[in-house]
Ligand binder design. Sequence first.
Ligand code: SF4
Length: 324
Amino acid sequence: MHEAMFYSKDNNYVYCLLCPHYCKLRHGQRGRCKVRINRDGRLYAENYEKVTSYHFDPIEKKPLYHFYPGSTIFSFGSFGCNFSCDFCQNWEIVENRNNYLTISKGDILSLSKASSSIGIAYTYNEPTVNYEFMYDTMRMVRDEDNLNVMVTNGFINREPLLKLLPYVDGINIDLKSYSENFYKQLCNGSLEPVKNTIRLSSLYTHVEVTTLVIDGKNSSDEEMEEISSFIAGINPDIPLHLSRYYPQYKMSDPATELDTLIRLRNIASKNLNHVYVGNVWGVFNDTICPNCKSTLIKRQLSTEVVGIEDGRCTNCGYHVYGRF
Ligand code: SF4
């Protein structure tokens, strides 16, 4: 086990300072993420170097649509999460404590470099609860001129986030809802820290946001107006992905109707320049120039950049948000 960062001690307890749960742990007790444990007055990260899943994924699968479109990225995850969403789409990976590979940060980098991957994506489970391994790996990856991409629920405290962000090249943050009640009842989390993470990340790195839309839970016109207005207040060019929910884990509600996703995309598009629909085949998802409306990136069976040069629209010169 690897000693954790960001904790304090008081008598027989340790206090984890990594995420807004601020778990208070006596000897032998694990935090709500189930991967950080107090052993004899020290906090340890149990998932350091433990990898439960890895793949070479299209960058669009993260999803990142404005970050080296059409490229491949080496993606891995471990176990543990500081949320417990009833609708978790990755629960088999998150809960897989007993079936992992022990892989060093050097191995991760070698795997990435042995292919045409642009870098490493920290994903599948919640990567911030594997903070120490992610931080160590990110620093090594940066030294080797590879890219770091993080896919996160955004539920992390300011200090650890600030320490990490200088090494993050791109980040996709879930904004699961704009309701505290939703976060509390369905995720065992809270909304405000996630909004803070989106705001802070946008000052340091490339940001895209994902909302998994569940009919009847976070699919109202009013809520999409709130979500898109919040993002637009930071930067209306930040891409928003409206991802289709499918029944998973503890939630058996039927899959989200395609009509719902299209309706919400129309609402969000009044505030944001780039809104995409995910987890669905056959939907128009091209990137259009917000200024002259010419096609910048085509997405059909494959992804093709057709109208961007040096980060600008080839037709009108508009600066396109992202890295290309
Ligand atoms: S990271 Fe884990 S142990 Fe630390 S405060 Fe969050 S849930 Fe608790």
